[in-house]
Write a protein that binds this ligand. Structure first.
Ligand SMILES: Nc1nc2c(c(=O)[nH]1)N[C@H]1C(S)=C(S)[C@@H](COP(=O)(O)OP(=O)(O)OC[C@H]3O[C@@H](n4cnc5c(N)ncnc54)[C@H](O)[C@@H]3O)O[C@H]1N2
Ligand code: MOO
Length: 401
């Protein structure tokens, strides 16, 4: 079977993927979520002409001349109001955020006055009429559209929604990802391993990628290489309402590689399988109704590279989030030989030299080597059939966490 080119695989992965339905969450849980309905202002802010400074509220005509003396006839703090009338030659002590008395339009800051006598201030500077006042509605008016649907909610958007009097927001649901590791040889971290056994590591990195893309994770543990055991975990994932089922291992051609058979038996229609990439060739993708199934290769580095390249964009799209791979232009730190028919993602050490990013491939690129992967800041991307590349030549690098 011909290997599927990377671009084709990515295109088919995202074909027809729409953001999930909405759910309402309290504001304090809405950070980094995607707005499903526009936010309009339920109130006007500020709801009154407010003082922007601590000082004295006065008529503009009284504030303009140095030496003017004004009688202080009252005081207003933020949260209270002044019900009296301020006449010409009068003022009211006022604090930042407090509503201006009716008819008054200017605040003289307290640094620009001196107390001339008890209850009398004298102006030391001129203040232009209208200064130091926030007019009602300068931020927003009731009914204004404040935040558009589809916006990723950051700190300012959350404070704005709160200020507009929304205690909760309608956001796109987080995709739920069920992760199933497969393999008789696998034992959870912390186990004593017997002959032929290794520690199951893939689910941890896959889960971290999923969370980074905004998903919730359900780790269903390890299925031994038996159809019934693997099918039982797939059914558990379906029953839990998973939007995406991710398996690791069992995707290749070995006699114990059951994943395709089991997923198909549970109702998956295969979309594509086996990609022209390295690592990650055995990657499998299909649909089980609305559920997307991603069969990741068992080799630990392949599972991580495929999570970065396939799982993250799929989850971001389901969650309505923008997503772009972080590609950088770098300088190659060592010669590389010509590439074969698979797009290569070469683990590389990154460093900055003379303000330029230098990417040096690790000598050992075996897709079982997690230590190399963890030390790599990026993956040099080598197109299929790329010519040899000499140290010092430019090369594209995909930054990884
Ligand atoms: N004859 C062929 N053999 C292989 C091919 C091929 O095309 N023809 N492809 C190779 C490639 S490339 C990869 S990648 C692996 C992937 O195969 P599977 O997806 O079936 O993975 P497994 O055989 O189950 O495991 C491979 C390797 O990874 C270890 N593993 C599996 N799961 C975990 C886990 N959760 N944590 C840590 N390590 C895990 C497993 O023990 C194996 O060592 O197939 C090649 N073979
Ligand atoms: O492509 Mo496999 O994923 O090399 O290790």
């Amino acid at each position: 079977m011909a290997l599927v080119p990377m671009e084709t695989a990515l295109e088919r992965l995202l074909q027809g993927v729409e953001p999930l339905t909405a759910e309402r969450v309290p504001l304090d849980q809405a950070y980094d979520r995607v707005l499903a309905e526009p936010v309009t202002a339920l109130r006007t802010q500020p709801p009154f002409h407010a003082s922007a400074m601590d000082g004295y509220a006065a008529h503009g005509v009284d504030a303009g001349a140095i030496g003017n003396r004004l009688a202080v006839i009252g005081e207003i703090a933020a949260g209270s109001t002044f019900s009296g009338t301020v006449g010409k030659g009068e003022c009211v002590r006022i604090f930042t955020g407090a509503p201006l008395p009716a008819g008054v339009d200017t605040v003289v800051i307290q640094e620009n006055v001196k107390v001339a006598a008890p209850g009398i201030i004298e102006l030391l500077e001129t203040t232009v009429a209208g200064r130091n006042v926030r007019r009602a509605g300068i931020d927003f008016m009731e009914g204004d559209l404040l935040i558009e649907k589809g916006r990723l909610l950051g700190p300012a958007a959350l404070s704005l929604a709160a200020s507009a009097n929304h205690p909760s927001l309608s956001v796109v649901k987080r995709p739920l990802v069920a992760i199933i590791a497969t393999g008789d040889e696998l034992r959870p971290p912390g186990s004593a391993t017997g002959p032929g056994q290794i520690i199951s590591s893939n689910a941890y990195g896959i889960a971290a990628c999923a969370r980074a893309a905004g998903a919730e994770v359900l780790d269903l543990g390890i299925a031994p290489d038996r159809r019934d055991a693997t099918a039982a975990l797939v059914r558990e994932a379906v029953a839990a309402g998973a939007d995406v089922i991710v398996t690791s291992g069992g995707a290749s051609v070995g006699d114990h590689d059951l994943v395709h058979e089991v997923l198909t038996g549970e109702g998956m229609t295969l979309d594509f399988w086996k990609i022209a990439m390295r690592p990650g060739k055995p990657l499998m993708f299909g649909r089980m109704g609305e559920i997307r199934c991603l069969g990741l290769p068992g080799n630990p580095v392949a599972s991580l590279v495929c999570s970065q390249l396939f799982l993250k964009p799929l989850l971001a799209r389901l969650g309505g989030k923008p997503f772009r791979q972080d590609m950088r232009a770098a300088i190659l730190g060592a010669d590389m030989s010509a590439n074969d028919h698979r797009q290569d993602y070469v683990r590389a050490r990154l460093e900055e030299r003379d303000g330029k990013l230098v990417a040096t491939p690790f000598e050992m690129q075996d897709s079982s080597m997690l230590r190399v992967m963890a030390a790599a800041g990026g993956l040099i991307v080598r197109a299929p059939f790329a010519d040899p590349l000499a140290a010092g030549e430019p090369c594209p690098v995909l930054l990884i966490d």
